[in-house]
Design a protein around this ligand. Structure first.
Ligand code: TYM
Length: 334
């Protein structure tokens, strides 16, 4: 459908509970983009299969991600919201792009190397070609902007490479998509223990989920690592403290943040107070999303309707791209 608006695509894997990293890295941008762009947002259920989830968990996981997206403020009337597996054109484009992707470059991708370390018993071809499937998700709608967190930057570079390679070999079809964030930089929400980033499946106590209860939120934040405070005026902020301020910047009032920043500079800061404030502001932020998402998950017919309508819109756009791609490659026999 030609609306004249720029095309935007992004997806979230249905592998666990959504957390603040997903929200501030991706979903917050989705919500801001839904008015001014032609948006395609999806649940990456094929991508989740690399780790062989139990078949009876799939539906619930997909519905939860959909519900959490809508509860966060996505309007399914404005954007196409769908499951990746409902758009078979993505699989076809994945196959075509695989012919232009080289084993050597795929083996060098940092996320692949991480997975090899984490699950050496299951290094399947789906894992190796994960960035090709992701490129197909994006290129199938000829998207130009892809709202994602910092961890996906490299995957976007690969999508640009594949687009370029296709265009050079067969003729111009794909724009080169860029990773997008409002503001200058892509975001990385750190974990509460200061050892990495918030993540769906690792270090649960150090990750804040959109489904966490008020008590869980308070407990996790009060346990976050701190130290005994700045030793001299103007001392550089250690990472664990900077992380708490970064979270505060997402959910607390500007005046509250600057009070704590001043207290830090004056060496008068009490980390217990900082964490209590952050915990209460976080509860206020997460609770309405959690409650709305729970309510939406009860309404299966509604979620089914949304998914179907989203898939229809996505397939219409994807079919046009595939028709053009087949023609350029020479697969147009009739
Ligand atoms: P996934 O499911 O791991 O994460 C979904 C989105 O959340 C962002 N994110 C973060 N941002 C900031 N800080 C964090 N700690 C953090 N953790 C996660 C991710 O950057 C992402 O934007 N491969 C993708 C899913 C995908 C996709 C696509 C994305 C499949 N096809 C096409 C965009 C376009 C992934 O695993 O994201």
């Amino acid at each position: 459908m030609a609306t004249g608006k720029e095309i935007v695509v992004s997806g979230i894997r249905s592998t666990g509970f959504l957390h603040l990293g997903n929200y501030f890295g991706a979903i917050r941008n989705y919500i801001r983009m839904q008015e001014d762009y032609d948006c395609y947002f999806f649940v990456a259920d094929w991508h989740s299969l690399t780790t062989h989830p139990d078949p009876k968990d799939l539906r619930g996981n997909v519905f939860r991600v959909l519900a959490e997206n809508i509860a966060s403020g996505l309007d399914p009337e404005k954007v196409a919201l769908y499951a990746q597996s409902d758009v078979p054109e993505i699989a076809e484009l994945y196959l075509l792009l695989n012919m232009l992707a080289y084993k050597g470059e795929l083996e060098k991708v940092p996320t692949f190397k991480d997975k090899v370390r984490l699950q050496p018993q299951n290094v399947n071809a789906g894992l190796l070609t994960y960035p090709v499937l992701m490129s197909a998700d994006i290129l199938v709608h000829r998207a130009v902007k892809v709202p994602v967190g910092k961890d996906q930057e490299q995957h976007l570079e690969m999508a640009r490479n594949f687009a370029q390679r296709f265009n050079n070999r067969y003729g111009q079809l794909f724009p080169e998509p860029v990773a997008f964030n409002f503001g200058d930089n892509l975001i990385r929400i750190p974990s509460l223990d200061g050892t990495g980033k918030m993540s769906k499946s690792e270090n649960e106590m150090a990750t804040l989920y959109l489904a966490d209860t008020d008590e869980q939120i308070r407990k996790k934040i009060m346990k976050a690592k701190t130290d005994s405070g700045p030793l001299e005026p103007g001392a550089p902020m250690p990472e664990t403290i900077a992380n708490l301020f970064l979270l505060m910047q997402q959910v607390s009032a500007p005046a509250v943040i600057s009070d704590f920043e001043r207290a830090y500079q004056d060496q008068a800061i009490r980390y217990g107070d900082l964490k209590k404030q952050l915990a209460e502001d976080m509860v206020r932020f997460i609770a309405p999303i959690r409650e709305k998402a729970q309510e939406l998950q009860q309404d299966k017919p509604y979620l089914n309707r949304i998914m179907k309508a989203g898939a229809e819109k996505a397939r219409a756009s994807a079919a046009q791209t595939l028709q053009a791609a087949r023609k350029l490659i020479g697969i147009d026999y009739y």
